[in-house]
Design a protein around this ligand. Sequence first.
Ligand SMILES: [Zn+2]
Ligand SMILES: [Zn+2]
Ligand SMILES: [Zn+2]
Length: 432
Amino acid sequence: MMGTIEGLQRFDSVRKGRGLCVTRPFKVGELLFSSLPYSYVLSVKERGCYCEFCFTSKEDLARCGKCKKAFYCNMKCQKEDWPMHKLECSAMIAFREKWCPSEMCRLVARILAKKKVQKDRSMSERILLIGELQSHVGDVDNERREMNEAEIAGLHHFYSKHLELPDHKDLLTLFSQVACNGFTIEDDELSHMGTAVYPDLALINHSCLPTVIVTYNGTSAEVRAVQNMKPGDEVLISYIDLLYPTDDRNNRLRESYYFTCDCQECTSKSKDKVKLKVRKQSDPIEPEVISNMVRYARKAIREFRAFTHTKTPSELLEMCEQSLEQMGTVFEDSNVYMLHMMYQAMGICVYMNDIDGAIRYGEKILKPYSQLYPAYSLNVSSMYLKLGRLYMGLERRSMGISALKKAMAIMEVAHGKDHHYLTELRIEMAQK
Ligand SMILES: [Zn+2]
Ligand SMILES: [Zn+2]
Ligand SMILES: [Zn+2]
């Protein structure tokens, strides 16, 4: 399948493992390929905003007459989605507000349903590919194992009526495959829309200096070059947020993907010093004070994450402000741990409709973001978009236009000039 896409070649070597490389030059912004998901699911919280089948966003979506929870562009989308939606439609009616499978569980149910359909139609190449996804069942730690057990219990609870479930061992493998190979579908502001599995993309290895970027158009994934590539160059994406220093990135990679990165950035750690920028004071700050503050910052980030669903927005904002004040005694505003907390604070301000507060944080984040992330980064473009739209909302038009233009410059490379996000953005800028 990969072999049939012009300009790309799959490799499988003892030294480098498997991966994907280009066989012809690609320029920055050029599309390498696009890929349809094997399976995907729209987030429960996005229901009503997007069509469950094609992820089109529009105002007058039509509701499923039975469950009244799923929304579609039209009859055609609804019909096409039925083989997947029927796994949930009557269950949602039966369980009512107690229907709460995780998104991962919903995706796995769809993969199982699809596998069954395809098995009935004789084996397809795609099933082989799903079977080929890396699983790392043996590497899973206790915490992850417990999570997987809970997911399997959820699957039995919510889906056993419509699915013949394979045995426990196979399910463990499947959940761990999806954890390593699942992609989060995000919108232009990087807000989470759904989760999907793309067998083609599972071949692409990680680097902290990626050569390509993945964006979404409906449910299909598009892979574009963010560096000029020459024949033989490997197709590399980033699996993680690249804001953080080398140790944090690799902890994250080991926790979620069971490997340590050895890219040029991980070897040279060239950006670590600016990422961990410390305040200039007349007496330099002791190394011990700095390392203690790094520990504090990592703990604050973990705690904030743990409380996101239990604390109120104002309590969360206070957590951000407190940790910013504490960290600010040692760290510069452009330090990534400061930026992390400011980003969270900005999100809460938007949620609480404190637009001035959100803009204040956004303005502080933008400049360091554009220095610390790679040249074409969705983290940077989405920040320009958010800030630009906030300015436009407050009638600060010239500030707004200037921020939106900066977002567009990145998106033209990452999403392609013809993506509907850019068409919509041009309209947005012409109006008001
Ligand atoms: Zn649709
Ligand atoms: Zn329904
Ligand atoms: Zn790396």
